[in-house]
Write a protein that binds this ligand. Structure first.
Ligand SMILES: Cc1ncc(COP(=O)(O)O)c(C=O)c1O
Length: 366
């Protein structure tokens, strides 16, 4: 007997999510010091002082379970986003919420729609359930919303949209998404994953749409612009009925005490957010200029990373950059074998990365 045959749904067929290479692993592997990691879309500016102070204060409560309802964090989020606390579902990162949504609404007979080149967790959670993955071809590296709408059938239960999308950084306008939502039947759940929304100019507020669309779920995270990836905290905003279902399903203490304390502090640290946005905008410009000077094309990005077409097998370029102590992200698994995804870092990190990229491309051409 093969125990793998005992696993439910599509678990035996799962390919585990591959995270960016950890700095320590590269140090061990190649003996390089002074590693620059621009591979996981993390904040390059270190955590907010306010968040650090909140964690220091929270240490004294370590013997206690965290507040299972996340009351204090939900209050602050409700105030900030002008929603009811009952519309919020907290998660151990927004990944947790994405998985909860799939488990809550999708059964093996159902179909789940997402775009080609979209965030890897959407196929992963769908596969785990054993449901049918409907991957809709992208247009110019972005979601083709019309084609996604045409892909809806009587079996469609859930649609994932990432805006901006990871790994491409592409962005859909408010009008495009609103028009899409109007076309989707209300028995299909639409997840609008806005993990990188804080880096944009906020031309529209998707939260306003929750009143119009009871089937809409908006996911956000503290991992990116708020700089708390290591703590794991994210959330969903939705109709109270959906939040009620998700809150029944989630583990009682899925978000830890440090994460909630730091998230509350981070929400109040407007200066940190501004600095994160500013450093990102400057670094993005630095990369766009540097890549253009090297004659490389890139996908215009609204997030904290940029996807560059290295016009050759990106796996080799990635390896070569690793040996120079720079970790970026190859994205062949996203159907982009000639692209590298580079997270925006501090100015000197970005320069190291551009230099390493130039060196490895020169080596390729020798
Ligand atoms: C589009 C998108 N959604 C969700 C996440 C999950 O973030 P977290 O679980 O850290 O909140 C990520 C992380 O990279 C992402 O790129």
């Amino acid at each position: 007997m093969n125990v793998c045959d005992l696993a439910v749904g599509g678990i035996a067929g799962l390919q585990p999510y591959v995270p960016g290479k950890p700095i320590e692993e590269l140090q061990r592997q190649y003996g390089v010091k002074d590693v620059v990691k621009l591979a996981s879309n993390e904040s390059p500016i270190g955590p907010s002082q306010a968040a650090q102070a909140a964690i220091a204060k929270a240490i004294r409560d370590l013997t206690r379970y965290p507040d299972g309802n996340g009351f204090a964090l939900k209050q602050v989020l409700a105030e900030k986003y002008q929603v009811e606390a009952g519309q919020i579902t907290l998660g151990n990162g927004s990944n947790d919420v994405l998985e909860l949504i799939a488990r809550c609404f999708v059964s093996p007979e159902d179909e789940v729609i997402f775009s080609q080149h979209a965030f890897a967790v959407y196929p992963l959670v769908t596969q785990a359930i054993g449901a049918t993955q409907v991957e809709v071809p992208a247009t110019a590296f972005s979601h083709d919303l019309q084609a996604m709408q045409r892909a809806v059938t009587s079996k469609t239960k859930l649609i994932f949209i990432a805006n901006p999308n990871n790994p491409t950084g592409t962005y859909l306008s408010g009008e495009q998404i609103y028009a899409f939502l109007q076309m989707i039947p209300d028995n299909v759940i639409v997840v609008l994953d806005e993990a990188y929304v804080e880096y944009g100019e906020n031309e529209f507020n998707s939260i306003d749409w929750l009143q119009d669309f009871p089937n809409l779920i908006i996911c956000r995270t503290f991992s990116k612009a708020y700089g708390l990836a290591g703590l794991r905290v994210g959330f969903a905003l939705s109709h109270t009925d959906i939040a009620d279902l998700l809150n029944r399903l989630r583990q009682p203490f899925n978000v830890n005490h440090f994460a909630m304390s730091a998230a509350i502090a981070a929400l109040g640290d407007e200066d940190y957010l501004q600095r994160a946005r500013q450093v990102n905008a400057q670094g993005m410009q630095q990369f766009m200029d540097g890549l253009t000077a090297m004659g490389l094309s890139y996908i215009p990005s609204r997030a904290n990373f940029i996807c560059v077409d290295v016009a050759t097998d990106a796996a080799d370029v990635y390896e070569n950059m690793l040996r120079q102590g720079v970790i970026v992200r190859p994205i062949a698994s996203y159907g982009l074998p000639n692209h590298l995804r580079i997270s925006i870092g501090l100015q000197h990190e970005n320069q190291r990365c551009l230099d390493a990229l130039a060196t490895s491309l020169n080596n390729e051409n020798d």
